[in-house]
Ligand binder design. Structure first.
Ligand SMILES: Cc1cc2nc3c(=O)[nH]c(=O)nc-3n(C[C@H](O)[C@H](O)[C@H](O)COP(=O)(O)O)c2cc1C
Length: 277
C-alpha cells in the first residue's frame, strides 16, 4: 500500500507522548517517504479541530495511560473528532512504569470505531507524571530504538499490505473499569476532587500554569485558584518555571508514595504489528 501522508496526533501534558510521537513519526516518514505532520491535542483550543483522513494516510495516535485506561476527559473528543475512512493507524500509549493495563486496548477499539484500521500498536514506559523517580529518564535511548523497530516493522507490513482486513491483537479489555489507586497501606485511595496548591512565595504570576493547563481550569486572575476540573495531569506542577505548584492531598501523596516504593524497577515496553484477520 502506498502512503501519501503521515500524521501523528498526541496528547502530552508533561511531554512524554510528544517525544514518542516525534520519534515514531520521523522514522515512519523516512521509511515510507511520505510528508509528515504533528497534531498536538493537549490544549483546549487545539481540541476544537476536527480531522478527516484518507485511506492512503497513515495516522499515529499517542496518548497517556491514566488509571489503566485513556484519560476519561479526552475520550469524547477522541470518539468524535477523528474520521478514519479506512486509513491505517498506529495506536500508542505511554505509561508511568506501573502498568498500562487496558489503555492500549481502549485506544485500539476507539480508533477502530472512528473508522481507522490499526495496523500496529504499543505501550511504552515513560517517566511518571506524578514523580520523576518513577520511570526516570524514559523514554530513553533503548526505548527510542524500540520505537524505531516498531516503525520499521509497521513500514514493512504496510509496504506488503494489499489493504485486506487486519486485526491488531493487544493485551487488555477496552471495557474494563479504571484502576483504583492504592496507597502506602495497600488500601484504595480516592483523590478525584484533589487540586494543586500554590506556594505564593515562589509564584511570580507569570501565568505559565494558566496557559499550560490542558483543561483550562486555572483562574487567570488568581492563579492560586483552580475553579475548573483537575485531571491531575501535573502539567502545572512539572512545568511551572518557579516550582510553585504542588499537591498536598493526603490520599494522593499516599498513592504517589506507594508508586515510588513499589514501581521503580524498569518495566518492559510492549508492541505488536497486525496479523491478517
Ligand atoms: C492522572 C494520571 C494517572 C496515571 N495513571 C497511570 C497508570 O495507571 N499506570 C501507569 O503506569 N502510569 C500512569 N500515569 C503516568 C502516565 O501514563 C505517564 O506519566 C505518561 O507518560 C504521561 O504522558 P505525558 O508526559 O505525555 O503527559 C498516570 C498519570 C496521570 C497524570
Amino acid at each position: 500500500m502506498n502512503i501519501t501522508r503521515i500524521c501523528a496526533v498526541y496528547f502530552s501534558p508533561t511531554g512524554n507522548n510528544r517525544k514518542i510521537a516525534r520519534q515514531i513519526l520521523d522514522r515512519l516518514a523516512a521509511r515510507l517517504g511520505a510528508p509528515k505532520k504533528l497534531i498536538d491535542i493537549t490544549l483546549p483550543k487545539s481540541r476544537e479541530g476536527r480531522y478527516e483522513f484518507e485511506p492512503s494516510d497513515l495516522a499515529i495516535f499517542v496518548l497517556p495511560t491514566y488509571a489503566g485506561k485513556l484519560p476519561n476527559k479526552l475520550l469524547p473528543y477522541m470518539q468524535s473528532a477523528f474520521t478514519g475512512n479506512g486509513a491505517p493507524a498506529v495506536a500508542l500509549v505511554s505509561f508511568g512504569n506501573r502498568a498500562f493495563e487496558n489503555s492500549l486496548a481502549e485506544l485500539n477499539a476507539t480508533l477502530a470505531k472512528d473508522g481507522f484500521r490499526p495496523v500496529s500498536g504499543g505501550a511504552f514506559a515513560a517517566e511518571h507524571a506524578f514523580s520523576p523517580s518513577i520511570g526516570t529518564g524514559r523514554p530513553n535511548d533503548a526505548d527510542k530504538a524500540e520505537l524505531d523497530a516498531l516503525a520499521d516493522a509497521t513500514a514493512d507490513f504496510i509496504e506488503k499490505w494489499d489493504g485486506s482486513p487486519v486485526t491488531l491483537n493487544v493485551p487488555g479489555d477496552a471495557d474494563a473499569p479504571y484502576y483504583v489507586p492504592l496507597g502506602l497501606d495497600g488500601l484504595p485511595k480516592k483523590f478525584l476532587p484533589a487540586k494543586p496548591n500554590t506556594d505564593m512565595s515562589l509564584c511570580t504570576n507569570c501565568k505559565a500554569c494558566v496557559k499550560l493547563c490542558p483543561v483550562g481550569s486555572i483562574n487567570p486572575d488568581n492563579v492560586a485558584e483552580t475553579p475548573g476540573i483537575c485531571i491531575k495531569c501535573h502539567a502545572c506542577i512539572r512545568l511551572c518555571p518557579f516550582h510553585a505548584k504542588f499537591m498536598d492531598d493526603e490520599n494522593f501523596l499516599s498513592h504517589r508514595g506507594m508508586l515510588e516504593r513499589d514501581h521503580t524497577e524498569p518495566k518492559p515496553n510492549f508492541w505488536a504489528v497486525a496479523g491478517k484477520g
